[in-house]
Design a binder for this molecule. Structure first.
Ligand code: FEO
Length: 403
Protein backbone atom coordinates (compact mmCIF):
# COMPACT_ATOMS: atom_id res chain seq x y z
CA UNK A 1 0.00 0.00 0.00
CA UNK A 2 1.37 3.39 -1.00
CA UNK A 3 1.36 6.23 1.51
CA UNK A 4 2.90 9.04 -0.47
CA UNK A 5 2.15 12.62 -1.42
CA UNK A 6 3.67 14.97 -3.96
CA UNK A 7 5.69 18.02 -2.97
CA UNK A 8 5.68 19.22 -6.59
CA UNK A 9 4.51 17.90 -10.00
CA UNK A 10 7.23 15.29 -10.21
CA UNK A 11 8.72 15.06 -6.73
CA UNK A 12 7.04 12.49 -4.50
CA UNK A 13 7.46 12.26 -0.75
CA UNK A 14 8.25 8.60 -0.04
CA UNK A 15 9.23 9.02 3.62
CA UNK A 16 7.60 7.23 6.52
CA UNK A 17 6.32 8.30 9.93
CA UNK A 18 7.20 6.21 12.97
CA UNK A 19 5.19 6.39 16.18
CA UNK A 20 6.54 3.14 17.57
CA UNK A 21 10.12 4.16 18.26
CA UNK A 22 10.47 5.04 21.95
CA UNK A 23 13.69 7.03 21.81
CA UNK A 24 15.48 8.70 18.91
CA UNK A 25 19.15 7.64 18.87
CA UNK A 26 18.08 5.44 21.82
CA UNK A 27 18.27 8.62 23.89
CA UNK A 28 15.57 11.18 23.20
CA UNK A 29 11.94 10.33 24.06
CA UNK A 30 9.57 10.49 21.11
CA UNK A 31 6.10 10.99 22.58
CA UNK A 32 4.64 11.86 19.19
CA UNK A 33 7.00 9.91 16.94
CA UNK A 34 9.27 11.07 14.16
CA UNK A 35 9.31 11.00 10.37
CA UNK A 36 12.13 9.79 8.15
CA UNK A 37 11.75 11.89 5.03
CA UNK A 38 12.81 10.80 1.60
CA UNK A 39 11.93 12.26 -1.78
CA UNK A 40 11.79 10.73 -5.22
CA UNK A 41 12.44 13.03 -8.18
CA UNK A 42 10.80 11.51 -11.29
CA UNK A 43 12.56 13.30 -14.14
CA UNK A 44 14.34 11.95 -17.25
CA UNK A 45 16.58 10.44 -14.63
CA UNK A 46 15.09 9.28 -11.34
CA UNK A 47 16.81 10.39 -8.15
CA UNK A 48 15.97 9.24 -4.65
CA UNK A 49 16.96 11.69 -1.94
CA UNK A 50 18.20 9.58 1.01
CA UNK A 51 16.75 6.35 2.40
CA UNK A 52 15.03 5.76 5.76
CA UNK A 53 15.49 4.01 9.10
CA UNK A 54 15.50 0.19 9.15
CA UNK A 55 12.39 0.27 11.40
CA UNK A 56 10.28 1.45 8.46
CA UNK A 57 11.94 -0.39 5.57
CA UNK A 58 8.87 -2.27 4.35
CA UNK A 59 6.69 0.82 4.07
CA UNK A 60 9.56 2.82 2.60
CA UNK A 61 10.17 0.26 -0.17
CA UNK A 62 6.40 0.08 -0.84
CA UNK A 63 6.28 3.84 -1.19
CA UNK A 64 9.20 3.88 -3.62
CA UNK A 65 7.90 1.00 -5.71
CA UNK A 66 4.46 2.52 -6.08
CA UNK A 67 5.81 5.98 -6.90
CA UNK A 68 8.22 4.53 -9.49
CA UNK A 69 5.33 2.99 -11.50
CA UNK A 70 7.66 0.46 -13.05
CA UNK A 71 10.62 2.80 -13.53
CA UNK A 72 13.92 2.32 -11.78
CA UNK A 73 16.17 4.55 -9.70
CA UNK A 74 19.17 6.10 -11.46
CA UNK A 75 20.68 7.96 -8.52
CA UNK A 76 20.51 7.63 -4.77
CA UNK A 77 21.62 10.99 -3.37
CA UNK A 78 23.02 10.50 0.13
CA UNK A 79 23.12 13.70 2.16
CA UNK A 80 23.82 12.16 5.55
CA UNK A 81 25.01 8.76 6.71
CA UNK A 82 23.37 8.53 10.15
CA UNK A 83 21.41 5.26 10.05
CA UNK A 84 18.03 6.96 10.49
CA UNK A 85 18.54 7.95 6.83
CA UNK A 86 21.23 5.63 5.54
CA UNK A 87 20.08 2.25 6.86
CA UNK A 88 18.65 1.10 3.54
CA UNK A 89 21.53 2.03 1.24
CA UNK A 90 22.77 -1.52 0.78
CA UNK A 91 19.25 -2.86 0.36
CA UNK A 92 18.61 -0.36 -2.44
CA UNK A 93 21.98 -1.05 -4.10
CA UNK A 94 21.02 -4.73 -4.22
CA UNK A 95 17.48 -4.03 -5.41
CA UNK A 96 18.40 -1.56 -8.16
CA UNK A 97 21.65 -2.87 -9.69
CA UNK A 98 22.01 0.03 -12.13
CA UNK A 99 21.52 2.68 -9.43
CA UNK A 100 24.49 4.94 -8.64
CA UNK A 101 25.14 6.60 -5.32
CA UNK A 102 25.79 10.35 -5.29
CA UNK A 103 27.76 11.72 -2.35
CA UNK A 104 31.01 13.26 -1.24
CA UNK A 105 34.18 11.36 -0.36
CA UNK A 106 33.32 11.23 3.35
CA UNK A 107 29.98 9.69 2.47
CA UNK A 108 31.71 7.05 0.37
CA UNK A 109 34.04 6.23 3.29
CA UNK A 110 31.13 5.91 5.68
CA UNK A 111 29.14 3.70 3.30
CA UNK A 112 32.08 1.28 3.41
CA UNK A 113 32.22 1.59 7.21
CA UNK A 114 28.54 0.73 7.60
CA UNK A 115 28.16 -1.83 4.82
CA UNK A 116 30.11 -4.44 2.93
CA UNK A 117 29.32 -3.20 -0.56
CA UNK A 118 31.20 -2.91 -3.81
CA UNK A 119 30.86 0.65 -5.08
CA UNK A 120 33.11 0.19 -8.12
CA UNK A 121 31.53 2.19 -10.95
CA UNK A 122 28.57 2.93 -8.69
CA UNK A 123 29.73 6.04 -6.86
CA UNK A 124 29.38 9.57 -8.22
CA UNK A 125 31.61 11.77 -6.06
CA UNK A 126 30.50 15.38 -5.73
CA UNK A 127 32.01 18.40 -4.04
CA UNK A 128 30.92 21.95 -3.22
CA UNK A 129 29.10 23.56 -6.16
CA UNK A 130 28.96 20.44 -8.36
CA UNK A 131 25.74 19.80 -10.24
CA UNK A 132 23.81 16.73 -11.29
CA UNK A 133 21.41 17.19 -14.24
CA UNK A 134 18.32 15.00 -14.11
CA UNK A 135 16.41 16.49 -17.07
CA UNK A 136 14.12 19.33 -16.04
CA UNK A 137 15.74 19.36 -12.61
CA UNK A 138 19.35 19.98 -11.77
CA UNK A 139 20.73 19.43 -8.30
CA UNK A 140 23.57 21.57 -6.96
CA UNK A 141 25.47 20.33 -3.95
CA UNK A 142 26.43 22.40 -0.94
CA UNK A 143 28.62 20.94 1.78
CA UNK A 144 27.31 21.31 5.35
CA UNK A 145 29.90 19.61 7.56
CA UNK A 146 28.83 18.98 11.18
CA UNK A 147 25.19 19.79 10.57
CA UNK A 148 25.05 17.16 12.08
CA UNK A 149 27.92 14.81 11.08
CA UNK A 150 31.09 15.67 9.14
CA UNK A 151 29.92 14.17 5.83
CA UNK A 152 26.65 16.11 5.66
CA UNK A 153 25.76 17.96 2.49
CA UNK A 154 22.57 19.52 1.22
CA UNK A 155 21.33 19.95 -2.32
CA UNK A 156 19.42 22.63 -4.17
CA UNK A 157 17.04 22.06 -7.06
CA UNK A 158 16.85 25.28 -9.01
CA UNK A 159 13.75 24.21 -10.99
CA UNK A 160 11.52 24.02 -7.95
CA UNK A 161 13.78 26.25 -5.82
CA UNK A 162 13.87 23.49 -3.23
CA UNK A 163 16.59 23.04 -0.65
CA UNK A 164 16.97 19.41 0.41
CA UNK A 165 18.36 20.39 3.78
CA UNK A 166 19.33 17.07 5.44
CA UNK A 167 18.93 17.27 9.26
CA UNK A 168 18.74 21.07 9.21
CA UNK A 169 15.18 22.37 9.63
CA UNK A 170 14.08 18.99 10.94
CA UNK A 171 11.50 18.42 13.64
CA UNK A 172 10.59 15.60 16.02
CA UNK A 173 7.00 14.39 15.76
CA UNK A 174 5.02 12.37 13.27
CA UNK A 175 2.85 14.44 10.92
CA UNK A 176 -0.46 12.55 11.14
CA UNK A 177 -1.14 12.79 7.42
CA UNK A 178 0.18 16.31 6.97
CA UNK A 179 3.19 16.96 4.76
CA UNK A 180 3.60 20.76 4.63
CA UNK A 181 4.18 23.26 7.41
CA UNK A 182 0.97 25.08 6.50
CA UNK A 183 -1.06 21.93 7.08
CA UNK A 184 -0.20 21.91 10.79
CA UNK A 185 -0.28 24.50 13.56
CA UNK A 186 3.49 24.64 13.72
CA UNK A 187 3.98 27.23 16.49
CA UNK A 188 1.40 25.50 18.67
CA UNK A 189 2.05 21.83 17.93
CA UNK A 190 5.59 21.51 16.58
CA UNK A 191 7.81 24.41 17.60
CA UNK A 192 8.78 22.93 20.98
CA UNK A 193 9.69 19.64 19.32
CA UNK A 194 11.59 21.44 16.55
CA UNK A 195 13.63 23.26 19.18
CA UNK A 196 14.19 20.06 21.18
CA UNK A 197 15.36 18.39 17.98
CA UNK A 198 17.68 21.25 17.03
CA UNK A 199 19.09 21.81 20.52
CA UNK A 200 19.86 18.18 21.27
CA UNK A 201 20.87 16.93 17.84
CA UNK A 202 22.54 19.89 16.15
CA UNK A 203 22.84 22.34 19.08
CA UNK A 204 26.55 21.71 19.57
CA UNK A 205 27.25 22.89 16.02
CA UNK A 206 25.90 26.43 16.07
CA UNK A 207 28.83 27.83 14.10
CA UNK A 208 28.48 25.20 11.38
CA UNK A 209 24.73 25.79 11.22
CA UNK A 210 25.39 29.51 10.82
CA UNK A 211 27.76 28.72 7.95
CA UNK A 212 25.02 26.72 6.22
CA UNK A 213 22.49 29.51 6.78
CA UNK A 214 24.92 31.93 5.12
CA UNK A 215 25.27 29.68 2.10
CA UNK A 216 21.49 29.17 1.94
CA UNK A 217 20.96 32.95 2.02
CA UNK A 218 22.64 33.08 -1.40
CA UNK A 219 20.02 30.77 -2.90
CA UNK A 220 16.49 31.59 -3.95
CA UNK A 221 14.59 29.11 -1.81
CA UNK A 222 10.85 28.55 -2.04
CA UNK A 223 10.71 25.15 -0.38
CA UNK A 224 12.78 23.43 2.30
CA UNK A 225 12.63 19.65 2.34
CA UNK A 226 14.32 18.35 5.49
CA UNK A 227 14.92 14.78 6.61
CA UNK A 228 12.46 15.01 9.52
CA UNK A 229 9.17 16.83 9.96
CA UNK A 230 7.15 19.01 7.61
CA UNK A 231 8.24 20.35 4.24
CA UNK A 232 8.35 24.15 4.36
CA UNK A 233 6.61 25.86 1.46
CA UNK A 234 5.38 29.04 3.16
CA UNK A 235 6.58 31.45 5.83
CA UNK A 236 10.13 30.13 5.45
CA UNK A 237 11.53 33.24 7.14
CA UNK A 238 9.81 32.20 10.39
CA UNK A 239 11.75 28.94 10.65
CA UNK A 240 14.99 30.34 9.23
CA UNK A 241 14.77 33.05 11.87
CA UNK A 242 14.37 30.41 14.61
CA UNK A 243 17.47 28.65 13.27
CA UNK A 244 19.38 31.95 13.30
CA UNK A 245 18.43 32.45 16.95
CA UNK A 246 19.17 28.91 18.10
CA UNK A 247 22.43 28.56 16.20
CA UNK A 248 23.76 31.86 17.55
CA UNK A 249 22.84 30.78 21.11
CA UNK A 250 20.63 33.84 21.50
CA UNK A 251 17.61 33.32 23.74
CA UNK A 252 14.35 33.03 21.88
CA UNK A 253 12.35 34.59 24.70
CA UNK A 254 12.92 36.69 27.76
CA UNK A 255 11.87 34.62 30.73
CA UNK A 256 13.09 32.62 33.70
CA UNK A 257 13.66 28.90 33.56
CA UNK A 258 13.89 27.40 37.06
CA UNK A 259 15.42 23.94 37.26
CA UNK A 260 15.17 22.13 40.55
CA UNK A 261 17.25 19.25 41.85
CA UNK A 262 15.60 18.47 45.18
CA UNK A 263 15.84 15.32 47.31
CA UNK A 264 13.05 15.77 49.87
CA UNK A 265 11.36 18.90 48.58
CA UNK A 266 13.08 21.60 50.66
CA UNK A 267 15.06 22.93 47.71
CA UNK A 268 11.82 22.83 45.75
CA UNK A 269 10.15 25.08 48.35
CA UNK A 270 12.93 27.62 47.86
CA UNK A 271 12.36 27.48 44.08
CA UNK A 272 8.62 27.93 44.65
CA UNK A 273 9.31 30.97 46.79
CA UNK A 274 11.59 32.44 44.14
CA UNK A 275 9.02 31.77 41.41
CA UNK A 276 6.33 33.54 43.43
CA UNK A 277 8.69 36.46 44.13
CA UNK A 278 9.41 36.72 40.39
CA UNK A 279 5.67 36.96 39.73
CA UNK A 280 5.40 39.63 42.45
CA UNK A 281 8.08 41.52 40.53
CA UNK A 282 5.94 41.32 37.39
CA UNK A 283 8.01 38.73 35.51
CA UNK A 284 5.52 37.27 33.07
CA UNK A 285 7.32 34.15 31.92
CA UNK A 286 8.47 31.70 34.59
CA UNK A 287 8.81 27.98 33.85
CA UNK A 288 9.86 25.46 36.51
CA UNK A 289 10.95 21.85 36.09
CA UNK A 290 12.09 19.12 38.47
CA UNK A 291 15.23 17.72 36.85
CA UNK A 292 14.46 14.26 38.28
CA UNK A 293 11.07 14.17 36.55
CA UNK A 294 11.66 15.67 33.13
CA UNK A 295 13.92 14.10 30.54
CA UNK A 296 17.03 16.19 30.10
CA UNK A 297 16.36 16.71 26.37
CA UNK A 298 13.34 18.89 27.26
CA UNK A 299 15.43 20.90 29.73
CA UNK A 300 18.05 21.47 27.04
CA UNK A 301 15.33 22.69 24.71
CA UNK A 302 14.10 25.10 27.39
CA UNK A 303 17.54 26.55 28.06
CA UNK A 304 17.86 27.22 24.32
CA UNK A 305 14.57 29.12 24.65
CA UNK A 306 14.86 31.25 27.77
CA UNK A 307 17.22 34.09 28.62
CA UNK A 308 17.47 33.57 32.39
CA UNK A 309 18.02 30.39 34.36
CA UNK A 310 17.91 29.42 38.03
CA UNK A 311 19.66 26.27 39.13
CA UNK A 312 18.23 25.28 42.52
CA UNK A 313 20.18 22.27 43.61
CA UNK A 314 20.77 20.03 46.59
CA UNK A 315 24.25 18.85 47.52
CA UNK A 316 24.59 15.08 47.07
CA UNK A 317 27.62 12.96 47.95
CA UNK A 318 29.45 16.23 48.46
CA UNK A 319 28.73 17.09 44.83
CA UNK A 320 26.01 18.37 42.53
CA UNK A 321 22.71 16.45 42.68
CA UNK A 322 23.24 13.84 39.93
CA UNK A 323 20.32 14.78 37.66
CA UNK A 324 21.41 18.42 37.77
CA UNK A 325 24.99 17.37 37.06
CA UNK A 326 23.71 15.44 34.01
CA UNK A 327 21.90 18.54 32.80
CA UNK A 328 24.95 20.77 33.22
CA UNK A 329 27.13 18.20 31.48
CA UNK A 330 24.72 18.13 28.53
CA UNK A 331 24.73 21.95 28.41
CA UNK A 332 28.52 21.90 28.20
CA UNK A 333 28.52 19.19 25.52
CA UNK A 334 26.02 21.19 23.46
CA UNK A 335 27.91 24.48 23.88
CA UNK A 336 25.03 26.22 25.66
CA UNK A 337 26.14 29.79 26.30
CA UNK A 338 25.10 33.38 26.75
CA UNK A 339 22.60 33.04 29.60
CA UNK A 340 22.05 34.84 32.91
CA UNK A 341 22.13 32.28 35.70
CA UNK A 342 21.40 32.28 39.43
CA UNK A 343 22.25 29.55 41.91
CA UNK A 344 20.29 28.33 44.91
CA UNK A 345 22.10 25.59 46.81
CA UNK A 346 21.07 23.34 49.66
CA UNK A 347 23.11 21.16 52.01
CA UNK A 348 22.44 19.95 55.54
CA UNK A 349 26.03 19.85 56.78
CA UNK A 350 28.36 20.94 53.97
CA UNK A 351 26.56 22.76 51.14
CA UNK A 352 28.83 22.45 48.10
CA UNK A 353 26.57 22.35 45.04
CA UNK A 354 26.64 26.14 44.56
CA UNK A 355 30.41 26.39 44.40
CA UNK A 356 30.63 23.36 42.13
CA UNK A 357 27.91 24.64 39.77
CA UNK A 358 29.71 27.98 39.61
CA UNK A 359 32.91 26.17 38.60
CA UNK A 360 31.05 24.32 35.84
CA UNK A 361 29.44 27.53 34.56
CA UNK A 362 32.88 29.14 34.43
CA UNK A 363 33.91 26.49 31.88
CA UNK A 364 31.12 27.66 29.56
CA UNK A 365 30.96 30.81 27.43
CA UNK A 366 29.18 33.96 28.52
CA UNK A 367 27.30 32.41 31.44
CA UNK A 368 26.83 35.35 33.78
CA UNK A 369 26.04 34.48 37.39
CA UNK A 370 23.55 36.84 39.01
CA UNK A 371 23.95 37.48 42.73
CA UNK A 372 23.18 36.76 45.45
CA UNK A 373 23.79 33.05 45.50
CA UNK A 374 21.36 31.68 48.06
CA UNK A 375 22.34 28.93 50.47
CA UNK A 376 19.70 26.84 52.24
CA UNK A 377 20.70 24.61 55.12
CA UNK A 378 18.13 21.82 55.15
CA UNK A 379 14.98 23.94 54.96
CA UNK A 380 13.97 27.40 53.87
CA UNK A 381 14.20 30.04 56.63
CA UNK A 382 13.14 33.67 56.82
CA UNK A 383 16.62 34.97 56.08
CA UNK A 384 16.86 33.03 52.81
CA UNK A 385 13.32 34.02 51.86
CA UNK A 386 14.54 37.59 51.93
CA UNK A 387 17.56 36.69 49.79
CA UNK A 388 15.26 34.98 47.28
CA UNK A 389 13.12 38.13 47.09
CA UNK A 390 16.28 40.13 46.51
CA UNK A 391 17.31 37.71 43.76
CA UNK A 392 13.87 38.09 42.16
CA UNK A 393 14.42 41.86 42.02
CA UNK A 394 17.82 41.35 40.36
CA UNK A 395 16.21 39.07 37.77
CA UNK A 396 13.36 41.49 37.10
CA UNK A 397 15.87 44.30 36.58
CA UNK A 398 18.06 42.16 34.33
CA UNK A 399 15.04 41.12 32.26
CA UNK A 400 14.08 44.77 31.78
CA UNK A 401 17.53 45.71 30.51
CA UNK A 402 17.70 46.01 26.77
CA UNK A 403 13.92 46.27 26.38
FE1 FEO B 1 18.33 12.54 11.17
FE2 FEO B 1 21.66 13.10 11.98
O1 FEO B 1 20.15 12.13 11.39
Amino acid sequence: MQITRKISDDIVYVGVGDKRLARFENLFPLPSGVTYNSYLILDDKVALMDTADSDVTDQFIDNIETALEGRTIDYLVVHHMEPDHGANIKRLLDRYPQMKVVGNTKIETMIHQFFDVDLTDRMVIVKEGDSLPLGKHELTFVMAPMVHWPEVMVSYDKTTKTLFSADAFGTFGDLDGALFNDEVDFPEDYLDEARRYYANIVGKYGMQTQALLKKAAGLEIEMIAPLHGPVWRSNLEYFIDKYQTWSSYEPEEKGVLILVGSIYGHTHRAADKLAAALKEEGVSKVKMYDVSKTDVSYLISEIFKYSHVVLACATYNNGIFPKMADFIHDCQALCVQNRQVAIVENGSWAPASGKLIREELAKMKKMEVLEPQVTIKSSLKKEQEEELCQLAKVFAQSLKEGE
